[in-house]
Design a binder for this molecule. Structure first.
Ligand SMILES: Nc1nc2c(ncn2[C@@H]2O[C@H](COP(=O)(O)OP(=O)(O)OP(=O)(O)O)[C@@H](O)[C@H]2O)c(=O)[nH]1
Length: 393
């Protein structure tokens, strides 16, 4: 299934919330207009080349090996600016200018009259409330609505047009953070995986291991949450599924010592990647901080540039609580990127926009289910369309 269809399908709860909310806002005071006489929303920018649809596992989000020095994450290619689907009235309409997909969509002769509502302060307030309720966060919701409003106050907009504007704003925010996990020539590349209990660390490690293995990488997993036997067993199940060895230690033993042994084994095996699971007991933050710091100290005895990635796994269903998790884990560890799990089955997908706007941390992948191939590369346009309920067919 194409990624967008799958994502839209999976993000149904989020999109239906925003989609229905936008429809209701336009219905509240909207007036029916004939569909055809409306001028086409011409986009004064060429339509970008269609991107290949990222399918999992056909196209694992495994980037190509890059810099020798695993310092800062590689700079992504210049993100194309999303075209404004409905330019403000002052924007020059270039006849003959190429039209975006959305432009063409809106210019299709409609079967009947279209409901449009005049954009005013009351409507903007309703929009803000809707976005805040969808977990976009107050600051982001205010900025997004004010960008939508700019130059368009007094203009009549249909629900489809507002969805397109909103999707364009969300894409603009998300594009700079959509980056696959960088891979380095360093062997083993050490990936420390952190996050609160139940956020999906183990599942994500299993999915990542499977994808990297399919991409030809030799992977080793270390079950660093040595305090929970169930967590270790679960990781072993995922390791079996992915066909990747899982190094474990007796319950209650020192996670740092396991990490050291895992480094030794990964180096001896010539592994490309060592994925280290960690405990997530935030209720005892001081211990956790010491535990993570010790893991890092110990693996640096083997490689002073490790860990090369510190992935924070967040559960989308926790909504705005994810903001404080990012703040906390940034203090505990040098977080280099995010994976957002459980985007299927939540009405809180807007949290990702809030996080991108606030922290600017790379989003490497999103979890859209419990199966091994339910980890997808993060595609901002697909995400924005799915979140807003924009019809891209
Ligand atoms: N629907 C859905 N469920 C997920 C996803 N990722 C993980 N889960 C489920 O979330 C639950 C917790 O996932 P784990 O991977 O065990 O989380 P964890 O962070 O390792 O948890 P601890 O071992 O307790 O620290 C499990 O039931 C997973 O199946 C996802 O993307 N979508």
């Amino acid at each position: 299934m194409a990624f967008f269809s799958k994502l839209k399908d999976r993000l149904f709860k989020s999109s239906s919330k925003i989609e229905q909310g936008l429809d209701a806002i336009v219905e509240d005071g909207g007036v029916e207009e004939p569909a055809s006489p409306r001028p086409d929303p011409v986009i004064p920018q060429p339509e970008p080349e269609p991107q290949p649809v990222p399918e999992v596992p056909d196209r694992p989000e495994v980037p190509q090996p890059e810099p020798a020095d695993p310092g800062p994450a590689p700079v992504p290619p210049e993100a194309p600016q999303p075209a404004d689907p409905i330019p403000p009235p002052s924007a020059p309409e270039e006849s003959g200018a190429s039209r975006s997909l959305l432009g063409r969509l809106f210019s299709r002769p409609g079967p009947g009259p279209v409901l449009r509502r005049t954009l005013d302060d009351e409507m903007l307030e309703q929009l803000e409330e809707l976005l805040i309720a969808a977990d976009m966060g107050v600051d982001t919701a205010l900025r997004v609505t004010s960008n939508i409003a700019e130059g368009r106050i007094g203009r009549k907009l249909s629900s489809a047009e507002i969805k397109a504007l909103l999707a364009a704003e969300i894409t603009r925010i998300m594009e700079p953070v959509a980056r696959p996990m960088p891979l380095y020539p360093k062997r083993p590349q050490v990936v420390l995986v952190v996050g609160v209990n139940g956020s999906g660390k183990t599942t994500t490690i299993g999915k990542l291991a499977s994808q990297f293995k399919s991409a030809g990488k030799k992977v080793v997993i270390a079950a660093g949450d040595t305090f929970r036997a169930a967590a270790v067993e679960q990781l072993q199940v995922w390791g079996d599924r992915a066909g990747v060895p899982v190094l474990t230690a007796p319950e209650g033993s020192d996670p740092a010592s396991l990490a050291f042994d895992a480094m030794t084994r990964a180096q001896a095996d010539g592994a490309d990647l060592l994925l280290i699971d960690t405990a997530g007991r935030l209720q005892n933050r001081a211990d956790l901080m010491e535990e993570l710091a010790k893991i890092v100290r110990v693996i640096r005895k083997k490689d002073d540039t490790a860990p090369h990635n510190t992935l924070l796994v967040l559960d989308a269903t926790t909504g705005q609580n994810a903001v404080s998790q990012v703040e906390t884990f940034q203090k505990l560890a040098d977080v280099s990127g995010l994976v957002m799990t459980k985007l299927d089955g939540t009405a809180k997908g807007g949290i990702l926009v809030s996080l991108a706007d606030r922290f600017g941390l790379p989003i490497h992948a999103i979890g859209v289910g419990e199966q091994i191939d339910d980890l997808a590369p993060f595609d901002p346009k697909d995400f924005a369309a799915a979140l807003t309920g924009l019809d891209r067919s």
